[in-house]
Design a protein around this ligand. Structure first.
Ligand SMILES: [Zn+2]
Length: 508
């Protein structure tokens, strides 16, 4: 047994369970024994093996990232920030995301490894691994201690996530089919239900392995891919398997205009209405991203029932603003969802995996979408990034600093220039400093970031491998693109590149 005492921290963001909210505590002690918090408050009188001086420090609960695809999204940096389909509702999904990395994950691990020459299926292991390490590094730097890794199954998944020192929810994705566009303005689907079933069976086996694993830093979630790529019987079987095992479940739904129209075309129902009709909405269910509900201004559906459907069912929303707002797509709006009784957790979804930045986008876009400064405040987005996410994952022992909870802790240097003048440290962190003053991060009582350095990831190696992996992926773009464009044609750089400038003579 080893006890660590963060002594007399200037600021502690503690959790008031009775009020279900975070509060500032001044000059307080945070003490943990092995992986468990044993004291949060003033006047700790016990012993400790390690004492950490809390002077000029802000102590926060570790952040809970409930929606991310770390093995693929980092490969898209420099490609999809502004390349979205203007004829497909400003989404990047159907025409661009599929060009890099794996676009078909209806298959099992063995089937995808056997299909190394098929660019639709094969996932480059080196690129995938580099992407994961880069994402983990960014998340740890920004205070994420719990990550939902929503990815196709991969060999060595458990060892890889444990190696980061993070707490990770493995969410192995599977689906009945996949989408493609033959022309950049129409989305079609190809289904192989038997392959989707095999991938589902493999996901269930992995989730059972995770549940039996001795490490308490991993847990699992049922994670079919998307509402429009999964047949209803697969979704219902996944729900039953999740409920039998007491697991949360997630699904991409109401994430694009194309998908909304497709679900109406197939069923005459909005995506949320259809989920309700097949019995998916439930307290263990997390909807990523629930943007295009019936009352979204880009949809103009005649009824406005979706928000109540989500709230009354106790389902949660994984809100990932940054990736969407780059395409002009905004949740309408955070404050309204919360007032309707919907629990919201935050995710990074795509790059960057900077969680403090994600909280800033959530706060700002919540105000923009509501046209009201008071609609979404720092307190609201900080709650979503911690307790809200934990609730969605069915956990009451993370995302908060309270005795009995896991020792997942973020230490912020209040002397950092971006925190000056120091009056309201949480607002300064989210609106000004972002991840820069974060010095130390503990997961389960273990230091994984120290003095601003991530101890568990060699980031320069990850960066080199990520660059090489992206270059390999870009060579395959013409095979996948409907127009057979090269990578440079599909993803033009932000500026034209020239060999020389026109001649000018300053003396003329
Ligand atoms: Zn996603």
């Amino acid at each position: 047994m080893s006890t660590t005492w963060i002594r007399k921290a200037d600021w502690v963001v503690a959790y008031d369970a009775a009020a279900d909210r975070h509060v500032y505590l001044r000059d307080a002690d945070v003490v943990f024994r092995d992986g468990t918090l044993i004291h949060v408050g003033r006047g700790y009188a016990g012993a400790a093996d390690t004492i950490v001086d809390g002077t000029d420090r802000l102590i926060l609960p570790g952040f809970v990232n409930i929606h991310a695809h770390p093995t693929s999204e980092p490969l898209l940096r420099g490609l999809t920030e502004e390349h979205k389909s203007r004829k497909l509702g400003m989404s990047t999904l159907y025409e661009y995301t599929v060009l890099v990395g794996r676009s078909n994950y209806t298959t099992t691990l063995a089937e995808s490894q056997a299909a190394r020459d098929n660019p639709q299926i094969y996932q480059d292991d080196g690129a995938r691994s580099a992407a994961f390490r880069m994402a983990a590094w960014e998340m740890l730097k920004s205070g994420v201690t719990t990550l939902v890794d929503y990815s196709p199954n991969r060999a060595n998944w458990i060892d890889e996530v444990l190696g980061t020192g993070m707490r990770v929810c493995l969410a192995p994705s599977f689906r009945s089919g996949y989408w493609y566009t033959p022309n950049g303005h129409e989305v079609l689907y190809e289904f192989d239900e038997a392959a989707g079933r095999r991938a589902f069976d493999e996901a269930v086996r992995l989730l059972d392995t995770v549940a039996a694993h001795p490490s308490d830093r991993i847990f699992g979630m049922m994670a079919p891919g998307q509402i429009d790529t999964c047949k209803p019987d697969l979704l219902q079987d996944a729900r039953d398997a999740a409920l039998e095992r007491g697991l949360p479940m997630t699904l991409h739904a109401a994430q694009s205009v194309v998908e909304f129209r497709e679900m109406v075309r197939r069923h005459g129902k909005t995506p949320i209405e259809w989920l309700e009709s097949i019995g998916l909405l439930a307290p263990n269910f997390i909807i990523g991203h629930a943007i295009f509900i019936d009352e979204h201004s880009w949809i103009e559906w005649p009824e406005k029932r979706d928000l109540a459907r989500i709230a009354e069912s106790g389902s949660h929303v994984a809100h990932c603003p940054h990736n969407f707002v780059r395409g002009g797509v905004v949740l309408q709006h955070f404050g309204k969802y919360r007032r309707a009784g919907v629990n919201i957790g935050l995710g990074t979804d795509s790059y960057p995996h900077n969680f403090v930045d994600e909280m800033r986008w959530a706060a700002v876009m919540g105000k923009v979408a509501a046209r009201d400064v008071g609609a979404t405040k720092v307190e609201d987005v900080f709650y979503a990034g911690t307790v809200g996410g934990a609730k969605a994952l069915q956990r009451d022992d993370i995302g908060r600093l309270a005795p009995g909870c896991r020792a997942d802790i973020v230490v912020v240097d209040c002397r950092h220039p971006m925190m000056q003048p120091l009056r309201d440290p949480l607002r300064s962190l989210i609106f000004s400093a972002l991840e820069r003053p974060i010095t130390d991060v503990y997961v389960d009582g273990h230091l994984v970031v120290q003095g601003g350095e991530v101890l568990t990831v060699d980031v320069s190696k990850a960066g080199e491998e990520l660059t090489a992996g992206q270059q390999r992926a870009l060579l395959r773009v013409p095979d996948k693109d409907w127009a057979k464009r090269t990578a440079d044609q599909a993803f033009p750089l932000a500026l034209d590149t020239v060999d020389s400038l026109p001649a000018t003579d300053l003396h003329q």
